[in-house]
Structures are given as structure tokens and as C-alpha cells.
Design a protein around this ligand. Structure first.
Ligand SMILES: [Zn+2]
Ligand SMILES: [Zn+2]
Length: 382
């Protein structure tokens, strides 16, 4: 197969084909080249190529870029979305087996469960700042959406949905087998109606009577302030569409809050490490640290005699508590007392006097030649 075939050629449509024509062409081809139904050894590659062509030409922006620049990204784009990613964790194989009405395990579910669309899961990453403030995020993903041509009914115009004559509307057929144990009865989904209990005399061409078709969706999600990793937001009705007009499943958005370079989080509390000098630690001080909210400055009072590793907490400067009416967790500042390394002569003398006063035994005042040059330079620079 040639590399980089023209997407229009892949789908077999004109360059000015409208969205509906493109969708129809994709669905028609997908039914013949899908690896589950095709014997062609290149079926998988062809299916992939078809998906790629469709994912670009079905997206207005990508298609415009493709027409203009020959690539879906346009100038300086960020690359293709992997088709397996955009189906929200549901692999293409699952998607297509459900789309073709096949798939494993169908018999274990009740008819009603089978017809309702499945929930879909998608994960969404936000920064700690976004989590603190709350934000709006646009999610784009693909799903089986109600077919626009038949309004999800699966019926062509004027078509009738009739009770399946093979299973008399039960969706199951019962077979009786003789064995050494006697007669064994087993039931399995009806092959004529795939367990639906009804058949359509003229199925909608676009969706092949399923009432749903692959569709690219973009929705805005409100991320509440204070959200934390693992929180799931349920967007009702935005999962997989049900069969023939049955209710859609939900879209479940799992939020992940990215790690932050300065803050660590524990529940609604935020942790931060701040350096202070030995003088600040010994005498006490007030320091200012940057909070998580935009332009937020937090004053932190360090008590005299603070030790390395001590923590000072400030109420109401942590993460917002969800449903807490504007209250916030604590900001907990861990103090790191820094021992100075490049003392000037004056500082050295002062510290020596301090050691004399406390009776501390310290190293003699003799310094190496390099130390002496260094401190002489420091004094000049002071
Ligand atoms: Zn049947
Ligand atoms: Zn349809």
C-alpha cells in the first residue's frame, strides 16, 4: 500500500463532498475493510488508513488544514490524535464490534441493558492552579452518537419495526439437545434480530439499522474549584448512544491533577518548603510566600527558635474545599534553615563572638590561603 494516500481517495469521495457524504462513505467502507469481516491480509492496515482519513475529513478544522497544507495539523500543529485514544479508552475493536451488533458476552445481559448505550470513560488532566480556581475545559472525543439521518431509530423513511418472527419478540431462541443426562435446554440470542426481539424491514442506510454512528464530539466541562485527582464528573447522556433510540450512556470524566513543582497536596492542605537564615530562625521573622491563587502573597510568621524541618501553618490558604462555601484548607510551610557557607570577615568575627559567648568550641581562626583570598575579595565586594 502506498504511503500517504490522498484521504479523499481513501474514502472515495470528491474534494467538495459534504460531511454527510463523507460519513456515509466511511461507514460503507468500514463495513467491508474491518479486520473482523474482511479476509484481506492487509485489512488492518486498510482499516487504519480509512480511520485516519475519516478522522481528518470529519473534523472541520483538520479538514481545512488538510486541504490547505496537506496535513491535518496545519502549520505548527501538535500531531495526530491516536484513533485508539480518542475513543475514550474504548478500543476501536470494542467500538466496532458494538457497532456491527456483534461482540462477545451479549447473551449474559438483559435485552434492556444491551440496548442502552454504554458509559464511556475519559481522563482529563488539570494543573494545580486550575484545580484551585476551577476552570472550563473542552473535551473532544469520539463516540457512537444517535444517527442524524434516522434520528436514532435505525429505520429508513417509512420503514416498520416488526416483531421478530423467529424468536416471537423474546430475543432468544431455545434449543433442546439430547445428552446422556437427558434433555438439555439452552437459550442463545436470536440470530435474526441479534437479541433485539424486533427487526426493521428497511434499515437506515447510514447506520445500518443500528440508530447510531461514529461521531466527533466537543463538549465543555466545568471543573469545580478544589477538584482532586480521582474525582469523577459524570456528563449524562454523552456516552455511547443506545441502539435504535434507546438512552445514551454517560460520559465519565476522571480528573487528574498534575504534580506541582512547589506545592504538595494532602486533601485540602498544601505543603510548601521555604528557606530561612539561621538568624531568622533564631530571632523569629515574618516571611512572604507565593500562594496557589493568582498574585496571592501569604505572610507567614516564623517564631523565634524555629528549627530545621519545623512547620508553620496558615489557615485558609490551602485548596478550596468542595462544597465548603469558599473555605480553604491550610497552607503548611516547612522551614529549611540554611547555614551560610560564604562568610565575610565581619560575619565570621560576629559568629566567633557568638561562639565565645555561648562557650562553643569552634575551629581556630586560621584559614587556608584560598579562604583568606576569598574572604578578602568578599570584603571588597561588600
Ligand atoms: Zn429474533
Ligand atoms: Zn440511521
Amino acid at each position: 500500500m502506498s504511503e500517504n494516500r490522498d484521504y479523499y481517495e481513501v474514502l472515495g469521495v470528491d474534494r467538495d463532498a459534504d460531511a454527510r457524504t463523507i460519513k456515509r462513505a466511511f461507514l460503507k467502507k468500514a463495513r467491508t475493510v474491518h479486520p473482523d469481516v474482511s479476509d484481506d491480509p492487509e485489512a488492518e492496515a486498510k482499516f487504519k488508513e480509512l480511520n485516519e482519513a475519516y478522522s481528518v475529513l470529519s473534523d472541520e478544522q483538520k479538514r481545512a488544514n488538510y486541504d490547505r497544507y496537506g496535513t491535518a495539523d496545519g502549520p505548527g500543529g501538535s500531531g495526530y490524535v491516536d484513533i485508539n485514544d480518542i475513543f475514550g479508552g474504548m478500543g476501536m475493536d470494542d467500538l466496532f464490534s458494538s457497532f456491527f451488533g456483534g461482540g462477545a458476552g451479549g447473551g449474559a445481559h438483559s435485552r434492556r441493558e444491551r440496548r442502552r448505550g454504554r458509559d464511556m470513560a475519559i481522563s482529563l488532566s488539570v494543573t494545580l492552579e486550575e484545580a484551585a480556581l476551577g476552570c472550563k475545559k473542552t473535551i473532544s472525543y469520539d463516540r457512537l452518537a444517535p444517527c442524524e439521518d434516522c434520528n436514532g431509530t435505525g429505520r429508513a423513511e417509512g420503514a416498520q419495526e416488526k416483531q421478530c418472527s423467529r424468536c416471537h419478540g423474546t430475543g432468544y431462541v431455545t434449543t433442546v439437545q439430547r445428552s446422556f443426562l437427558g434433555q438439555v435446554q439452552s437459550s442463545s440470542p436470536c440470530p435474526d434480530c441479534h437479541g433485539e426481539g424486533t427487526v426493521i424491514d428497511h434499515p437506515c442506510e447510514t447506520c445500518d439499522g443500528q440508530g447510531r454512528t461514529p461521531s466527533h464530539e466537543k463538549i465543555d466541562i466545568d471543573i469545580p474549584a478544589g477538584v482532586s485527582t480521582g474525582r469523577q464528573l459524570r456528563v449524562s447522556g454523552f456516552g455511547e448512544a443506545g441502539l435504535r433510540g434507546e438512552p445514551s450512556g454517560d460520559l465519565i470524566v476522571s480528573v487528574r491533577v498534575a504534580d506541582h513543582e512547589r506545592f504538595k497536596r494532602n486533601g485540602d492542605d498544601l505543603y510548601l518548603v521555604s528557606d530561612i537564615s539561621i538568624a531568622q530562625a533564631a530571632l523569629g521573622c515574618e516571611i512572604e510566600v507565593e500562594g496557589i491563587m493568582p498574585d496571592e502573597v501569604v505572610k507567614v510568621t516564623v517564631p523565634a527558635g524555629a528549627q530545621y524541618g519545623d512547620t508553620v501553618s496558615v489557615n485558609n490558604y490551602g485548596m478550596p474545599c468542595i462544597g465548603g462555601g469558599g473555605s480553604r484548607g491550610r497552607l503548611i510551610v516547612q522551614l529549611r534553615v540554611v547555614v551560610p557557607t560564604n562568610l565575610s570577615n565581619t560575619q565570621r568575627e560576629l559568629l566567633r563572638a557568638f561562639a565565645d559567648d555561648t562557650g562553643d568550641d569552634v575551629a581556630s581562626g586560621k584559614k587556608s590561603v584560598t579562604d583568606r583570598i576569598k574572604s578578602a575579595l568578599d570584603d571588597i565586594l561588600d
